[in-house]
Write a protein that binds this ligand. Structure first.
Ligand code: MG
Length: 154
């Protein structure tokens, strides 16, 4: 078994699409970033890579490379999953916490869970999606994601 952990944050910016966990959510602001800014998929990608000690998202997709501008973060996740499979592991389960002031994740949590499970090739009940507001942290202008996961020998 291997354990993985990933973290990411992105700043909210008005007038751009908001993508979290591969799902576009209706909101006035999106997440600024070199790619599509999908904070959850980035934390998940790092957790997968970390679990097999295969570097981090930036070592595969450097933000300095114009090729990844506006990229669908599902591409990053697919590469990390490939590294996991090459190392002989499969995803047992994933747990995540999103921290953001808006929008409310609750109404979209099932959709995000289903999409993340689909991207990972696992069942929805292997993917935990939780959300909190950034009480007292002063990070209302950002979305933050923490991901922990467990891999088992495939
Ligand atoms: Mg990121």
């Amino acid at each position: 078994m291997r354990i993985g952990y990933g973290y990411d944050s992105h700043e909210f910016k008005p007038g751009i699409p908001l993508k979290i966990g591969g799902v576009e959510l209706p909101h006035t602001h999106g997440l600024a970033g070199h790619s599509d800014g999908d904070v959850l998929l980035h934390a998940l990608t790092d957790a997968l890579l970390g679990a097999v000690a295969a570097g981090d998202i930036g070592s595969y997709f450097p933000p300095s490379d114009p090729k990844w501008k506006g990229a669908d973060s599902a591409i990053f996740l697919a590469e990390a999953l490939k590294q996991v499979r090459n190392a002989g592991y499969a995803v047992a389960n994933v747990d995540s916490t999103l921290i953001l002031a808006e929008p409310k994740i609750g109404p979209h949590a099932q959709k995000i869970q289903a999409r993340v499970a689909e991207l990972l090739g696992v069942k929805p009940d292997q993917v935990g999606i939780k959300a909190k507001t950034p009480e007292g942290t002063g990070t209302d202008n950002a979305a933050i994601a923490h991901v922990a996961l467990l891999l088992i020998r495939s």
